[in-house]
Write a protein that binds this ligand. Structure first.
Ligand SMILES: Cc1cc2nc3c(=O)[nH]c(=O)nc-3n(C[C@H](O)[C@H](O)[C@H](O)COP(=O)(O)O)c2cc1C
Ligand code: SF4
Ligand code: SF4
Ligand code: SF4
Length: 628
């Protein structure tokens, strides 16, 4: 089947939305449905077995009318696997931590028995932009999350183009091609204030304009950067797994705006499910005539191809990405020339991030002003964060710009795990810095985060508690960046190695006070002298932990003491005489047999033989083994 006009697309939507429309509006569907979160996070947690159990149970009970819909990430990664039950005339109910047994219970109790089981959630903690009513859509602010980029994730079956079309999919492309000039598309995106979500925050409309105006008439390319190399970040993967068509549609719109007939998605091969879903989506869009030749009968041709990365952080940097896509070594080139002047095969090329694209269709459908009304003065719209670390509700979070870190960590994230205390939050991954308690009320936008020496980055957000050692955290990031340095320039290749060595000395208690000075000077030099963003930002975790937690560095150097017990070489295990009941468990667990003591008598550790493995610490049920 081929869709040649906007009218035909709308007819297709009316057909498709009969099954899905109600689901998108948050109402129960006309037909009973079971939605299962089948993104990488869900599958890793066991969603496959849950799906099988539900299928078996439905078959056993001969319930043939119930539809099972595998959807992308619902966002509550902390409670995966997730199952949502939609019954006609009732609000949707979401169940978390579902295993095969619980899945069978849901079928019998809820689907057949029509009874809400005790732990079902009927009110999600987020609002979704409803494209039908988007212009008049007013976020209530009662729920902190607002989903624009993630509007379809966890709702539609990502392998069904019809489900995407049911939610007004490809209408923005139809509108752009048939009712707007490339210039008005660019103006709309400029008006929206959309800035790149890949880390740099460059205005998207402006980048499109530069590429359009660059060397008129020549072959141009539009790229999607799906490399996502930041440790702890999984926003882009979730969008691609949960709503791949939103990216394809936006790339076609961008292609039309800048004058490109070819789009390239550069994606790391470590994302097999996202690749599979993209391939399915591309094939479906081609079959419907929404990619390929003469789109919407306008004569505009646009195709998309995939290029795979081998999982190097530096390949996310745009010039490096282009080199890698051309089959060259994935190392950055000097800028200028910028890709908008000379990029893929020397032609003008526009590189945008996955999440940036996910915002484009709603902007075209609802207008730039609609998007610009959400967010702060200079940062418009929403931002998706991958909330991870020592927080109760880890997962995907999308909030209007201007939401505070406290709201994200405490209201959405449910506070710090296991009753521990908040210590810091790292935003921007290895390119960013730590933010302390004093700044938790900072509204999140590009400028505010920069002002407190961190960055928005691509949206990784790792929460730390008092058991985390900040020197160790800095060492972890430096280990990552020195490992990922492409080696092209000396400040980064050698500098990050030396930085890491100093940090290692500190965590081993072998450093001197002069090392702090060396660390600072070297960090500043690398920032100034490195060729690309990887090296220029690599010292940030060091500088920011030094700024806020200098006392920890000093403790390691002067007292050979790590208050959290994270630095293995500085940990000294001992036994608390008051607590030890002489159960002998620690002595049995010790691999080097350096714990002595008789049954029911206080035990002791021979410090000269202890290898600091921690087995006694984890074995003792009485809290009698203490560290550091
Ligand atoms: C070391 C390094 C890694 C990067 N990794 C990514 C990435 O994984 N994804 C991404 O979209 N941008 C990444 N960027 C930013 C890109 O160079 C580029 O700015 C971005 O893809 C532009 O898209 P946007 O304007 O939509 O954000 C990285 C930059 C650097 C310096
Ligand atoms: S800064 Fe690092 S990653 Fe960038 S070009 Fe230099 S060596 Fe390569
Ligand atoms: S396991 Fe704990 S209580 Fe038992 S002997 Fe060792 S220190 Fe004492
Ligand atoms: S830390 Fe390991 S080696 Fe040391 S006393 Fe405990 S169990 Fe033995």
């Amino acid at each position: 089947m081929r869709i040649n006009t906007l009218e035909q697309l709308k007819e297709q939507r009316i057909q498709a939305e009969k099954t899905i429309q109600n689901r998108i509006f948050g109402q129960p569907s006309a037909r009973p449905e079971v939605l299962i979160g089948m993104a990488t996070c869900g599958i890793a947690a066991g969603a496959g077995e849950v799906k099988e159990a539900i299928e078996e149970e439905l078959e056993r009970l001969k319930l043939t009318d119930i539809k099972i819909v595998p959807v992308g990430c619902i966002g509550y990664c902390h409670s995966e696997p997730l199952v949502q039950v939609n019954l006609p005339g009732q609000p949707p109910v979401l169940y978390g931590n579902v295993d095969a047994a619980k899945a069978r219970e849901i079928v019998k109790g809820h689907l057949v028995g029509q009874q809400l089981l005790a732990d079902g959630i009927t009110e999600p903690n987020f609002e979704r932009v409803n494209l039908e009513e988007a212009k008049a859509f007013e976020p209530t602010g009662q729920r902190k999350q607002l989903r624009i980029a993630l509007r379809n994730c966890g709702v539609i079956d990502p392998t069904s183009i019809d489900e995407y079309i049911a939610g007004h999919g490809y209408e923005a492309l139809g509108k752009a091609l048939t009712q707007m000039t490339p210039e008005t598309v660019i103006d709309t995106v400029k008006r929206s204030g959309l800035r790149g979500r890949g880390g740099g925050g460059f205005p998207t409309g402006l980048k499109w304009e530069f590429t359009r105006k660059s060397r008129p008439g020549v072959q141009k390319y539009i790229f999607c950067n799906a490399d996502e190399g930041d440790p702890g970040a999984f926003m882009d993967r979730s969008v691609l797994e949960g709503d791949p068509h939103s990216v394809l549609e936006a790339m076609a719109i961008g292609g039309y705006a800048i004058g490109a007939s070819t789009g390239v998605i550069y994606i790391r091969a470590e994302y097999p499910l996202a690749i599979k879903r993209l391939k399915t989506a591309i094939a479906q869009a081609k079959e419907y005539g929404l990619l390929g030749g003469n789109l919407f009968g306008t004569g505009f041709n646009f195709d998309i191809e995939l290029r795979y990365g081998a999982g190097a952080f530096v390949c996310g940097e745009e010039t490096s990405l282009i080199n890698s896509a051309e089959g060259k070594r994935g190392e950055p080139s000097n800028k200028p020339p910028f890709p908008s002047e000379s990029g893929f095969w020397g032609q003008p090329t526009c590189v945008n991030n996955v999440e940036t694209y996910a915002n484009v269709a709603p902007i075209i459908l609802n207008g730039g002003d609609w998007f610009a009304a959400i967010g702060t003065e200079r940062s418009k719209g929403t931002k998706v964060f991958a909330l991870a670390g020592k927080v109760n509700n880890v997962g995907l979070v999308e909030v209007p710009m201007g939401t505070t870190l406290r709201e994200i960590i405490y209201e959405i994230g449910g506070g710090i795990k296991d009753g521990h205390r908040f210590k810091a939050v790292q935003t921007g991954g290895p390119s960013g810095g730590v933010i302390t308690e004093d700044y938790l009320d900072t509204p999140i936008d590009y400028e505010s985060l920069k002002a407190i020496d961190s960055i928005m980055g691509s949206g990784g957000m790792i929460v730390m508690d008092e058991t985390d050692c900040m020197v160790n955290i800095a060492k972890y990031y430096l280990e990552f960046t020195q490992d990922e340095s492409c080696g092209k320039c000396t400040p980064c290749r050698v500098g990050t190695k030396r930085l890491h060595e100093i940090l290692e000395r500190i965590t081993e208690g072998k450093a001197e006070m002069a090392d702090i000075d060396k660390l600072t000077k070297l960090a500043r030099t690398i920032k100034d002298a490195a060729l690309c963003g990887l090296g220029q930002t690599a010292p940030n975790p060091v500088l920011s932990t030094l700024k806020f937690f200098e006392n920890e560095y000093l403790q390691h150097i002067q007292e050979h003491y790590c208050a959290t017990g994270s630095c293995k070489a500085l940990v000294k295990y001992s036994i608390d005489k008051e607590r030890c009941i002489g159960c002998t468990a620690c002595a049995k667990a010790c691999p080097v047999k350096c714990i002595s003591g008789e049954v029911k008598k206080v035990h002791a550790i021979d410090q000269t033989k202890c290898i600091q493995c921690g087995a006694c610490f984890t074995t003792c049920k009485f809290g009698a083994v203490i560290k550091p």
